[in-house]
Design a protein around this ligand. Structure first.
Ligand SMILES: NC(=O)c1ccc[n+]([C@@H]2O[C@H](COP(=O)([O-])OP(=O)(O)OC[C@H]3O[C@@H](n4cnc5c(N)ncnc54)[C@H](O)[C@@H]3O)[C@@H](O)[C@H]2O)c1
Length: 354
């Protein structure tokens, strides 16, 4: 996808290279209509430069929508570092990257994503002020999965209320695919609320965690079995593309609400869900607790303040589901409309000179 030929309207795309350290990074800013762009840095061995650019463009656009509906004063941006994080990551490379982030003068704030960790952001922060997701000992917000899971739980409660008239998940059976950082916290919230859990993971360590921590969790062999089992709610918490042409027709759940990014495998899946009467809580709305957590760090991290903000995912989810109903569109479409409305209405205020 060419940057200028793509019909996506990105504001700025920056190519950064430092040959000595091996840094090759692309920083994409989709929009600063609501404030400085915020989004993580993905460190990935892309097959080609074109793939890396494509990912940066897609991911930065998605962040603009996520940040808009999270109620943040942040636009959308994302960066990719083209390389193998196992082999190529070094102090020099991360610091070179930090200097490029700094050179944007605050138009873009970075954070962790796939292939980058809190300890990496600590290193990046030695070269730039415009970084979040640092360790707690370094003034950071720490592990963002805490509020991601909390936000997913709130979004799930709102969806349950829309569907069944009560937000309580007590007595409901929830299927969780992926007992990683977010899935584990989500399991705790749901069990505390009185739900029963059936779960799956490909990692033996994650399954062991469930057996020892919550022996009442029923474990099944893979997501295929999970979606076919008698569940009320499906929570994809592993990788993207969990909802596709094979999964949706056999899915037993009446609600989908989970943490994974890009759950809809392709455009049109939201309609398949709608046609089957399955209420889909848009992924980027319910999983925004993590970005809310790291955005708070910019103002000096306060966990209670961030948690309060993540609680609003409940109201936002309800608003989207109501809009979907009144407009007669799937919730994913309603979410995009609401995000675009906020970017346009609040973004326009910047034309008032102060
Ligand atoms: N951590 C956050 O703050 C955050 C924020 C927003 C979105 N997300 C998204 O939520 C999802 C989970 O994030 P995480 O931080 O818990 O990641 P994680 O890597 O800690 O956990 C993912 C888990 O999924 C399991 N898994 C992988 N493939 C699987 C499969 N085919 N079937 C079942 N299980 C499988 C892994 O073994 C792992 O236990 C990801 O899609 C991530 O992009 C995370």
């Amino acid at each position: 996808m060419g940057v200028f030929t793509a019909d996506t309207g990105h504001e700025q795309v920056v190519f950064c290279q430092d040959k000595e350290s091996g840094l090759r990074a692309i920083i994409a800013i989709y929009s600063t209509a609501l404030g400085p762009a915020l989004g993580g840095t993905r460190f990935h061995p892309y097959a080609s430069e074109e793939d890396a650019v494509h990912d940066a463009l897609e991911l930065s656009r998605a962040m603009a929508y996520k940040n808009a509906l999270a109620g943040l004063d942040h636009g959308g941006g994302k960066a990719v570092i083209w390389g193998d994080p196992q082999r190529d990551k070094s102090e020099a490379l991360l610091r070179a990257y930090g200097r490029f982030v700094e050179s944007l003068g605050g138009r873009y704030y970075t954070a962790c994503d796939v292939g980058t960790y809190v300890r990496d952001m600590d290193i990046v922060s030695r070269e730039t002020r415009f970084v979040t997701g640092r360790s707690e000992s370094n003034g950071g917000a720490g592990d963002s999965s805490v509020l991601t899971a909390y936000g997913v739980f709130q979004g799930m409660r709102a969806t349950a209320e829309h569907r069944w008239g009560t937000p309580a998940l007590a007595g409901r059976r929830v299927g969780i695919a992926g007992l990683g950082k977010v899935g584990k916290h989500l399991t705790r919230h749901l069990i505390d609320d009185g739900a029963s859990i059936v779960a799956t993971d490909v990692s033996p360590a994650a399954l062991d965690w469930a057996r020892t921590t919550y022996p009442q969790v029923e474990l099944v062999q893979g997501a295929d079995e999970l979606v076919r089992s008698e569940i009320d709610v499906y929570a994809p918490c592993a990788l993207g593309g969990a909802l596709d042409d094979d999964t949706v027709p056999v899915l037993q759940a009446k609600i989908v609400a989970g943490a994974a990014n890009n759950q809809l495998a392709h455009p049109g899946v939201e309609k398949l869900l709608d046609d089957r009467g399955i209420l889909y809580a848009p992924d980027y709305v319910v999983n925004s607790g993590g970005v809310i957590q790291v955005a708070d760090e910019i103002h000096g991290f306060n966990f209670e303040r961030a948690k309060q903000r993540a609680s609003q995912i409940y109201d936002t989810t309800k608003e989207i589901l109501q809009l979907a109903q009144s407009d007669g569109v799937p919730p994913a479409v309603a979410a995009d409309r609401l995000a675009e409305r906020r970017m346009a209405e609040v973004g326009r205020l910047r034309t008032i000179l102060v």
